[in-house]
Design a protein around this ligand. Sequence first.
Ligand code: GRF
Length: 216
Amino acid sequence: MSSNLVILISGRGSNMRSLIEASHKPHSSYRVALVLSDQPEAKGLGVAADLGVPARALPAKDVADRAQYDQILCDAVLAAQPALVALAGFMRILGPPFVRTFAGRLLNIHPSLLPLYKGLHTHRRALDAGDVRHGATVHYVTEELDGGPGILQARVPILPDDDESSLSARVQQVEHRIFPLAVQWHCAGRVACRGTQVFMDGVPLDRPVIWNESMR
Ligand code: GRF
């Protein structure tokens, strides 16, 4: 039986699409039960609906208080009985009660080689620093922004002619590979998080697994 995944988005939802498409493969350990967006105009809502996944907006602007919004969101997510919640370009910071409710079953994808470049504008910051490589990381969410323990990380080269847009496109290609794989691992019971310790096949990880093409 496959596990329910709930995906939270704010924008175009290309990572969400990769998660839904991977869930349609024969040996998927999960099904996407629900997509929620805090932005009613998020393009990803239409993409999800076209792929047959229930999708709706919970507009944050209608709710005065951040804690109240988190509670409404939490109730909507819990109603879908998720084994796992994936933040796929969800641009709101979730408060401690939400994070605690989903401790060990809340994943985020961040466009950098964490712990480098937490927060925004990661591609620009990597270029400005003169880095020769960049990438993306899937990690469990804790109360520290972009600070939870990593599961899987993909590296890409930074090329001499890169700008933010070319680099971001290269990073997105690998994001679309590692997010579905990390979700697959979690829902199949291969990876788990207790406290801030990640276990892979029962073995504690002290850093994220570095992704390569052959991983399943
Ligand atoms: C991705 O770059 C992801 O790393 C970050 O938000 C972006 C979402 O892009 N958290 P998309 O909406 O999935 O295309």
